[in-house]
Design a protein around this ligand. Structure first.
Ligand SMILES: NC(=O)c1ccc[n+]([C@@H]2O[C@H](COP(=O)([O-])OP(=O)(O)OC[C@H]3O[C@@H](n4cnc5c(N)ncnc54)[C@H](O)[C@@H]3O)[C@@H](O)[C@H]2O)c1
Length: 388
């Protein structure tokens, strides 16, 4: 597809669909020829703004337009029908919002159909392109904190998300989803990406449904990896707080730890720090610092002695990488590299080096398999093996 203009369609014209349209309007290689939403007014407004044709039915869009690329940004539980219609219509590239599906059988159906047709399907696990996550991925993959043994990650939403974020659509959206599908989908994918090739093989989870009623309030789970690593992941969407999102993680390896205050809670600053108890030689440390800068995170490098109760142990030099301040993240940051991947015919385009492959239907299915095990664990009260 290199060099030619891509004819694109966008299905689902809510918060995310409109962000795709904004991004595409800045990419001259993309011409949006069709926009689709079951809400006629939303389709008409987007069509007028982006000089495109409005549709209220994805089938009609695919019948009338020969697309090179389609975005599926419908609510979490409504991805199956438009994605299958796109595959069956022969659209070669699909950018699908996360999660791949809210039911494992649907995710498996999409996976199989993608494989049969040779479609290129990317899942927008947007956090993979955000600076703190890139830095964390880099350190873990380079082994700079030693073999990982434990991590925890808490991603919480304000109670206004399930009750008000989508206006009068909020209740329907939240009822069709949950903190597991909407929030932990991101976290589960990140954990697979950070710790690859290790995979989650077992999940033990609890949930609660006391506040909202129409959707679970929260999930709290342990993910057990085949490497022995244990990761606690937790998401609630009932918090009464100032920000829309709070997001905190920490990672402990045999010779270091990472602290990641990405969307900090009250009194905490946006910050990222890696403490290396067995740092490499100075020249290599400087090289890692340079590469983190390339990944979009300027880190301060410091060297210090190990603290003891009697002062400092001057025989042991430790090192830290540190970044204080916002990580400049937004939900469209992975879309540029995905478009570059399409143009270059690869999963590792020039804009996505040393970051592993971009997320596809394989990652989407794996994430849903883990969330399904989590839901089964809640239901049975027992640890559940992840299907594979
Ligand atoms: N990648 C991220 O960081 C991120 C962030 C937020 C949301 N999301 C995901 O993006 C997706 C969309 O979320 P949103 O916040 O934009 O939701 P939204 O409700 O604002 O938008 C969804 C739109 O899809 C339309 N729709 C529903 N069924 C349809 C159908 N069959 N055909 C055509 N249109 C249909 C709805 O009318 C609505 O306008 C969700 O899967 C969500 O989890 C991703």
């Amino acid at each position: 597809m290199s060099g030619k203009q891509l004819k694109a369609g966008v299905i689902g014209l809510g918060l995310l669909g409109n962000q795709y349209l904004q991004l595409f309007s800045r990419r001259p290689e993309i011409q949006v020829v069709g926009v689709c939403d079951v809400r006629q007014a939303a389709a008409a407004a987007a069509a007028a703004q982006h000089k495109s044709t409005a549709y209220t039915d994805a089938g009609a869009l695919f019948k009338e337009q020969r697309l090179d690329l389609v975005v599926v940004a419908t609510p979490d539980h409504l991805h199956l029908a438009p994605t299958l219609a796109a595959i069956d219509a022969g659209v070669p590239v699909i950018l699908q919002e996360k999660p791949l599906a809210t039911e494992l059988s649907q995710a498996a159906t999409i996976f199989d159909r993608v494989e049969q047709h040779g479609t290129r399907l990317f899942v927008n696990f947007a956090n993979r392109a955000m600076p703190y996550d890139l830095a964390t991925h880099y350190l873990l993959q380079e082994g700079l904190i030693g073999a990982p043994v434990y991590a925890e990650s808490r991603l919480d939403d304000n109670i206004s998300v399930p009750t008000r974020l989508w206006g009068e659509r909020s209740r329907e959206f939240a009822a069709g989803s949950s903190p597991a599908h909407f929030l932990l989908s991101h976290v589960v994918d990140l954990m697979h990406w950070y710790f690859a090739p290790a995979r989650v093989v077992e999940v033990f989870a609890v949930s609660q449904q006391q506040v909202l009623g129409f959707t679970p309030d929260l999930y709290d789970a342990f993910l057990i990896f085949d490497s022995g690593l244990k990761v606690r992941v937790k998401a609630e969407w009932i918090k009464h707080m100032e920000p829309i999102v709070e997001y905190y993680s920490s990672f402990t390896g045999r010779s270091g730890s990472i602290f990641y205050n990405k969307r900090p809670g009250f009194g905490v600053q946006e910050s990222w720090r890696a403490n290396l108890s067995a740092p490499p030689a100075d020249a290599l440390l400087a090289e890692h610092q340079r590469r983190l800068g390339e990944a979009g995170i300027d880190v301060r490098l410091s060297r210090h002695y190990r603290p003891t109760t009697a002062g400092y142990d001057v025989s042991t030099v430790q090192a830290s990488f540190e970044h204080i301040g916002g990580d400049q993240a937004d939900g469209m940051m992975l879309v540029g590299p995905m478009l570059d991947a399409v143009a270059e015919g690869t999963l590792t385009p020039a804009s996505w080096q040393r970051r592993g492959p971009l997320p596809t239907h394989h990652d989407g299915l794996r994430q849903v398999q883990v969330v399904q095990a989590l839901l089964d664990s809640v239901r049975t009260g027992r640890p559940v093996a992840v299907e594979s």
